[in-house]
Design a protein around this ligand. Structure first.
Ligand code: RFL
Ligand code: PHB
Length: 396
């Protein structure tokens, strides 16, 4: 079978939030790109992941003309509730941050909006590709070999490669191990997440710390709730019957007089492990890593998707400068610029995770410190403001 040869300026590996936003941002500047994605369109548009968008991510979607459905179907909250020691505390993010809101709009809906918009504007996205291999990243003519969905071998020849292929993709692995500077923390917690056909039990998100473990109440629509409970990351989902899940959710969330959790059929459930990870080597020759390919956060701070979009905003501006003026300075500074914000997202996600989860291995002293942290946030405007400005998104 003869090889299908394709030429573009930026070869993007991965059609997650990072890859799709990058392709959209580049097209605005007349910079052509091609996306290759290992999964099918149906698969990426149906995978349940993130829920919370930072204010500037919402603004960016609107600026790019892909925010219309989000503005109609998203949930816009003024704040969040922290629940612990039998009490609820509302953090008014809008008040604390000068008007920024908490937007709940599912990641797969963002993906649908971006894929639809990109394809309607003539973008090339190869879905269902296999055997992706990067070559020549140390040269000024890098390329990506892959097999198209029908098996035809293809060679994508480009000026730059954007590795937007998530934590398990091949891009980061293409950088020699000896040259990668990586940092990692594995947590002893997992999250069991469910979707349930029941109207939201509360009009905003509730983050609950409880002796039995953390619980989070979120939502997807007026008919669907998204709920999470802390579990052992090695737990088998088969051991979690619906009755056991509801029992834990009731115990961890119904700690405030008169508040009731609404139940409904569970339509999806799964367990995820939690890690913090940063590969500071976000650039190697003509390969640039963005999003989960370069860094992972535990989901407690609702940061991962937003960090991915921030990376590609920085990268798109640097590429724009290169194509407009031949100036490589922002490409050279890409990792440093992106990392300054990424580490703050890592810190915040670690802080929220540590403060809200129960850890059997932690000492009684550490437990008291976590409780003091929560008490501080709900009793000091300065502490609440620090949490709020991180939650709604630090400046880019
Ligand atoms: P993605 O979304 O993983 O996309 C990578 C894409 O690359 C494809 N791929 C390949 N393509 C071609 N060739 C290969 N060899 C490939 N290998 C992989 C994959 O199929 C995929 O389509 O990475 P990206 O774009 O960097 O985006 C990152 C976000 O998806 C992630 O950080 C968030 O989902 C994290 N996250 C949250 N982030 C938020 O900002 N707010 C939240 O509220 C939030 N909640 C969450 C979350 C993640 C969760 N899970 C399931 C991990 C809640 C949960 C439960
Ligand atoms: C979600 O709705 O999926 C969600 C909300 C808040 C988080 C994480 C996930 O911190």
């Amino acid at each position: 079978m003869s090889t299908h040869k394709i030429r573009t300026k930026v070869g993007i590996i991965g059609a997650g939030p990072a890859g799709l936003f990058l392709s959209e941002l580049l097209s605005r500047q007349g910079i052509d790109s091609v996306i290759i994605e290992s999964r099918s369109r149906e698969d990426i548009e149906g995978t349940i992941r993130a829920g919370v968008l930072e204010q500037w991510t919402v603004d960016l979607m609107n600026q790019l003309g892909v925010g219309e459905r989000m503005m109609r179907e998203g949930h816009f909250h003024t704040g969040i509730t922290l629940r612990f020691k039998g009490q609820s505390h509302h953090l008014d993010m809008e008040d604390l941050t000068g008007g920024k809101k908490v937007t709940v709009y599912a990641q797969h809906e963002v993906i649908k909006d971006l894929v639809g918009h990109r394809l309607a504007h003539g973008a090339v996205i190869h879905f269902g590709v296999k055997d992706v291999a990067l070559a020549g990243i140390d040269t000024d003519r890098p390329s990506i070999r892959f097999a198209q969905a029908d098996g035809t071998p293809a060679l994508l020849d480009c000026d730059f490669i954007a590795g937007c292929d998530g934590f398990h993709g091949p891009s980061r692995q293409a950088i020699p191990l000896a040259q990668r500077k990586e940092f990692q923390k594995i947590y002893p917690y997992g999250w069991l997440g469910i979707l349930t056909e029941a109207p939201p039990s509360h009009h905003e998100l509730i983050y609950a710390r409880h002796d039995r473990g953390f619980a989070l109440l979120s939502m997807r629509s007026p008919e669907i709730q998204r709920l999470y409970i802390q579990c052992d990351p090695k737990d088998d989902i088969a051991l979690w019957s619906d009755a056991r899940i509801w029992s834990e959710l009731h115990q961890r969330l119904e700690t405030v007089d008169g508040w009731k959790l609404t139940e409904g059929p569970i339509i999806q459930k799964g367990i995820i492990a939690m890690r913090s990870f940063v590969c500071e080597t976000m650039r190697h020759g003509r390969l640039f890593l963005a999003g989960d390919a370069a860094h992972i956060v535990p989901p407690t701070g609702a940061k991962g998707l937003n960090l991915a979009v921030a990376d590609v905003l920085v990268l798109s501006r640097a590429l724009e400068k290169f194509y407009a003026k031949g100036d490589t300075s922002d490409l050279d500074g890409y990792a440093a610029t992106a990392l300054a914000r990424i580490w703050k997202g890592e810190r915040f996600s670690w802080y929220m995770t540590t403060m809200l989860h129960t850890d059997d291995a932690a000492s009684p002293f550490e437990h008291r410190i976590r409780e003091a942290d929560l008490d501080y946030v709900v009793s000091s405007r300065a502490a609440a403001t620090a949490l709020a400005e991180n939650y709604v998104g630090l400046p880019i």
